[in-house]
Design a protein around this ligand. Structure first.
Ligand code: PBG
Length: 320
């Protein structure tokens, strides 16, 4: 036999030369959870190592991450129950603690990329991503609130708006609102193929944002469907998205590959809370080597075709 693939695996040096995929801190967006006030720091029970942070702690965290080479962050607010209502009015209140914190973060770290989520669930007393009426999630009425929310975030100097709600037509609607107010430079990273997944459980613990009734299956996609992602990606491309995202990531590598093969826009993957929690839990039991499975997971997501990854592992990977 004269064809011997093992020749290209024979030393660390040769393996490095032929390595096809590389992961670096440049690829990451690190999700952070913001608490009202400055001084609290509370670990998320189902996400060991991930904290809900008051603004002072968050500024320190961002500074530390920047030194490690992580330069992009997605900031989510933990909204106390008494602020929530049925039309998510706090989501577009420029004097709310979240908007104030975003302005502060951007002024302290103008060169970092700051992304925000556009969806009603953290602010909605029903816990859904859209306005609920008679048990139904309303689409077009929700768009109006999403537009106001996106504008209020853009006014804080945010770099990337991330519509995560899966309402129809939201990218175009938000693009129009932003452009009409002079925010042509603000990017939109659409949650293009966001599945109705049970892997979001720990995130909903962190934000206390689980739906009060029903589930999200009338707007988030059926985990059984792959080609439906092409419909969403066609729409988001036509509507003016700057990035297409697949979420979750590790359980949906086929969808990442499908979008990468069919679209020219950068593909983002959201390595979600439940995926993080699995690796942490198994390693705490001594069943998996955390550093190794983390690196392998992130590598696999990139190998499947992701250009960038939203991941709770960002800081730990950078520390390795
Ligand atoms: C809000 C939102 C969710 C996540 C990101 N934005 C939860 C959901 O849709 O229920 C999940 C992130 C994660 O699990 O890490 N629309």
């Amino acid at each position: 036999m004269n064809i011997r693939p093992r020749r290209n695996r024979k030393s660390e040096s040769i393996r490095k030369l032929v390595q096809e995929t590389h992961v670096s801190t440049n690829d990451f967006i690190f999700p952070l959870f913001l608490l009202e006030g400055g001084n609290d720091k509370v670990e998320v029970d189902s996400m060991p190592g991930i904290y809900r942070l008051g603004l002072d702690h968050m500024l320190k965290e961002i500074e530390e991450c920047l030194k490690l080479g992580v330069h992009a962050f997605d900031v989510f607010p933990v909204v106390p129950e008494h602020y929530k209502d049925t039309t998510a009015t706090k989501s577009y209140d420029s004097n709310f603690f979240y908007q104030k914190a975003l302005r502060r973060i951007k002024s302290e770290f103008p060169d970092a990329t700051i992304m925000t989520d556009v969806a009603l669930d953290p602010y909605n007393s029903d816990g859904h991503d859209g306005i609920v009426k008679d048990g139904k999630i309303l689409n077009d009425e929700t768009l109006e609130v999403l537009g106001k929310q996106a504008l209020s975030q853009a006014e804080c100097g945010i770099d990337i708006i991330g519509p995560s709600d899966m309402m129809d037509g939201r990218v175009e609607y938000i693009r129009d609102v932003l452009d009409a107010h002079g925010h042509q430079e603000v990017s939109i990273m659409s949650y293009t193929a966001k599945y109705a997944s049970a892997f979001y459980g720990p995130f909903r613990d962190a934000l206390d944002s689980a739906p009060k009734a029903g589930d999200k299956k009338t707007y988030q996609m059926n985990p059984a469907n792959q080609h439906e992602a092409l419909i969403e990606a066609d729409l988001d491309t036509a509507e003016g998205a700057d990035f297409l995202m697949v979420k979750p990531a590790f359980a949906y590598l086929d969808v990442i590959k499908l979008l990468k093969d069919n679209y020219s826009l950068p593909i983002a993957a959201y390595n979600v809370s439940g995926e993080y929690a699995m690796l942490k839990a198994a390693s705490q039991k001594g069943w998996l080597d955390y550093d190794k499975v983390m690196a392998e997971t992130l590598m696999s997501i990139k190998r499947a075709g992701a250009d960038l990854i939203l991941t709770y592992h960002a800081k730990e990977f950078a520390q390795l």
